[in-house]
Ligand binder design. Structure first.
Ligand SMILES: *[C@@H]1O[C@H](CO)[C@@H](O)[C@H](O)[C@H]1NC(C)=O
Ligand SMILES: *[C@@H]1O[C@H](CO)[C@@H](O)[C@H](O)[C@H]1NC(C)=O
Ligand SMILES: *[C@@H]1O[C@H](CO)[C@@H](O)[C@H](O)[C@H]1NC(C)=O
Ligand SMILES: [Zn+2]
Length: 483
C-alpha cells in the first residue's frame, strides 16, 4: 500500500510538471523602451524646417497632431508628469525651483535637481516602478534623475555636470550611443534620455528665429542618429522609441508693443503685504500674503492688467490641475501669451518663453513613436502627456502606479493586439501557472484523502485481524484528518 501512495504522488508530480510546461507559451523577449525628451520642442516646429529624419520616423511609426503638457508648462514639473502620469498638483514637483517660504531661500533649476525631498514627495517615477517589478531602468540627464525615491534610484544614471553645453551635437551623439550601450550590454528595459534643446535656443532667439530653425535641424539629425545607433546596436526589433517634449515656446512681446506687467507699479499692491513671492520667472507667479492680507493683495491685483490672471488657489480652474497641493501658494498669477510677470522692474530678457496656460497652442509639444509596439504611418489626434505613462507601462508589461492618465487615450497607436499580446502573454502565463499550482494542490489533497481512506481502511482491517496496537499510526491519523 505505501508503495502505491508513492506511485500516486510521482504520477501527480509528473502531471503538475507537464501541465505547467505545456501551458507556458514560448515567452517572447520583453520589449524595450527609450523615452526621449527634446526640451521645448513645440508641436509645429517641423512645419517651417526640413526634417527628413522626423518624417521618416512618422512613416515608420506614429505621429500625434500635438500633445498637451500639464500646467505649469515648465521643465521639471512637466518632465515629472512624463515619468509618473500624474498632474503637477498630484506629484508635487510644482516648480523648477525649490523654495522655502520661511527662509525665502530659492534654488535654481540645476541645484533643485539635488534636493531630494522636492522630488521624492510620494509619487514614484517609472524607473523605480519598473525596477520593483524586476526590470532594469536607466536615465541620462532627464529631470529627476539625481534624486532617490523611497530610497531607490534608477540603476544606471547620469546627471549632467555644471556648466554643461546642452547644444553640443557631438555630446548628443555620444549620449545616444551610451544609452544604446546600456540597452545592449546591461540589458536595460527602459531608459529616459534628455536633451536641453531647442528650449535654450527658443528662449534666447525666439521661436520664430532662424537660430531656432537651425536647432530643429540639429534635433532632426539627432533623431536620425538615435535610430541608426539603435540599429547598429542590434536593438531595432525589440526597442520602442518615444520622442516628445515638456512644453512649447512663444514669442515675448516687448515694451513699446505692449504694456508690460510689473507688480510694483500696480496701484494698491505692495510687496510689504507678501511674505514670499515667486515672480520674475516667465509668465507665472505665486504669492504668499502676510497673515490677514490675502484679500487686500487679491483685490489690488485682480483687475489690474487686462493680460494678468489672478486666482486664489482654491478658485483655480480645475482643468489646470494646479491647486490641490500644499506647496502651491495662496495666490496664483499667470499672464496671457507674450506677457511676462515682473516684480519690481523687468529683469527677464528672453525672446521666447513658456509656462503659459497649457490650452494655448504655443505651449503644445510634439510626440512621435516608433518600434515593434507601434503602428506604422499612423497620425493620431492630440492627447495629454499624462497618458504617456500608462502607455509606457503597458509596453513594458508592468503594473502602473496610481496615475492621472488612461491607456484608452493612446492604445490606438499600438499594433493591433501586438503590444497587448506581449503584456498578455506574461499575465496569461501567470494565470496559467497559478491555475496549475492550485489544481496541483487540489489533486494532492484529493489523492492524500483517498489514500488516507484506503490506508485507514487497510489498517482497520489489519487491526481487526490483529490485536497489535500502533500508537504512531493513531497520531498520524489525527494529523491527517485535521485539514
Ligand atoms: C524652511 O525653513 C524652515 C526654517 O529653517 C524650516 O523649519 C522648514 O522645515 C523649512 N521648510 C522646508 C519645506 O524646507
Ligand atoms: C511632500 O512635501 C511636503 C512639504 O513640501 C510635506 O509636507 C509632505 O509631507 C511631503 N509628502 C511626502 C509623501 O513626502
Ligand atoms: C478613457 O477612460 C476613462 C475612464 O474610464 C474615461 O473617463 C475616458 O472618457 C476614456 N477616454 C476615451 C478617449 O475613451
Ligand atoms: Zn523645458
Amino acid at each position: 500500500m505505501p508503495c502505491t501512495t508513492s506511485l500516486c504522488l510521482l504520477l501527480l508530480l509528473l502531471l503538475v510538471l507537464a501541465s505547467s510546461t505545456l501551458g507556458a507559451p514560448a515567452r517572447k523577449p520583453r520589449q524595450k523602451l527609450l523615452l526621449v525628451s527634446f526640451d521645448g520642442f513645440r508641436w509645429d516646429y517641423d512645419r517651417d524646417v526640413d526634417t527628413p529624419n522626423l518624417d521618416e520616423m512618422a512613416k515608420d511609426g506614429v505621429k500625434a497632431a500635438y500633445v498637451t503638457p500639464p500646467y505649469l508648462t515648465v521643465t521639471s514639473p512637466s518632465h515629472f508628469t512624463l515619468l509618473t502620469g500624474r498632474y503637477i498638483e498630484n506629484h508635487g514637483v510644482i516648480h523648477n525651483m525649490w523654495f522655502n517660504t520661511t527662509t525665502t531661500e530659492k534654488k535654481p533649476y540645476y541645484q533643485t535637481q539635488f534636493v531630494n525631498e522636492w522630488w521624492d514627495n510620494g509619487t514614484l517615477p517609472i524607473w523605480i516602478t519598473a525596477q520593483r517589478q524586476g526590470l532594469k531602468a536607466g536615465s541620462l540627464h532627464f529631470p529627476g534623475t539625481a534624486s532617490s525615491y523611497q530610497g531607490q534610484v534608477a540603476m544606471v544614471r547620469e546627471v549632467e555636470p555644471q556648466p554643461y553645453n546642452y547644444k553640443d551635437e557631438t555630446l548628443w551623439r555620444q549620449n545616444s550611443d551610451k544609452v544604446m550601450g546600456w540597452f545592449r550590454d546591461e540589458d536595460l528595459d527602459f531608459v529616459s534620455l534628455y536633451f536641453g534643446e531647442p528650449d535654450g535656443t527658443g528662449h534666447r532667439y525666439g521661436p520664430d528665429s532662424p537660430e531656432r530653425r537651425e536647432m530643429v535641424k540639429q534635433v532632426d539629425r539627432a533623431v536620425g542618429y538615435i535610430r541608426r545607433s539603435a540599429d547598429k546596436h542590434g536593438l531595432t526589433d525589440r526597442l520602442n522609441i518615444i520622442i516628445t517634449s515638456d512644453h512649447g515656446m512663444t514669442t515675448v512681446l516687448r515694451k513699446g508693443l505692449v504694456d508690460e506687467i510689473t507688480l510694483y507699479k500696480i496701484p494698491g499692491f505692495s510687496f510689504s503685504d507678501v511674505s514670499f513671492h515667486l515672480v520674475d520667472y516667465g509668465p507665472s507667479g505665486m504669492l504668499l500674503p502676510k497673515p490677514g492680507r490675502l484679500e487686500k493683495v487679491y483685490a489690488a491685483l485682480k483687475d489690474a492688467h487686462p493680460h494678468l490672471h489672478v486666482y486664489k488657489k482654491e478658485d483655480m480652474p480645475e482643468s489646470l490641475h494646479f491647486s490641490k497641493n500644499d506647496r502651491i501658494l495662496p495666490i496664483i498669477l499667470w499672464a496671457d501669451p507674450g506677457y511676462l510677470i515682473n516684480g519690481y522692474f523687468p529683469v527677464q530678457f528672453n525672446k521666447g518663453e513658456h509656462g503659459f496656460n497649457n490650452q494655448e497652442m504655443d505651449m503644445k509639444a510634439f510626440f512621435r513613436a516608433v518600434g515593434p509596439a507601434f503602428n506604422k504611418n499612423l497620425e493620431v489626434g492630440p492627447f495629454e502627456t499624462v497618458n504617456i505613462y500608462p502607455l509606457m507601462c503597458h509596453i513594458l508589461g508592468i503594473q502602473p502606479e496610481v496615475n492621472d492618465g488612461h491607456l484608452n487615450a493612446t492604445k490606438h497607436m499600438l499594433v493591433n493586439g501586438a503590444a497587448t499580446r506581449a503584456a498578455d502573454v506574461n499575465s496569461m502565463q501567470d494565470v496559467f501557472t497559478g491555475l496549475a499550482a492550485v489544481s496541483g494542490f487540489l489533486v494532492v489533497l484529493f489523492i492524500a484523502m483517498i489514500s488516507h481512506r484506503v490506508l485507514t481502511k487497510t489498517r482497520n482491517n489489519k487491526r481487526l485481524g490483529s490485536s497489535e496496537h500502533h500508537p504512531e499510526e493513531k497520531e498520524e491519523e489525527t494529523k491527517q484528518t485535521s485539514f
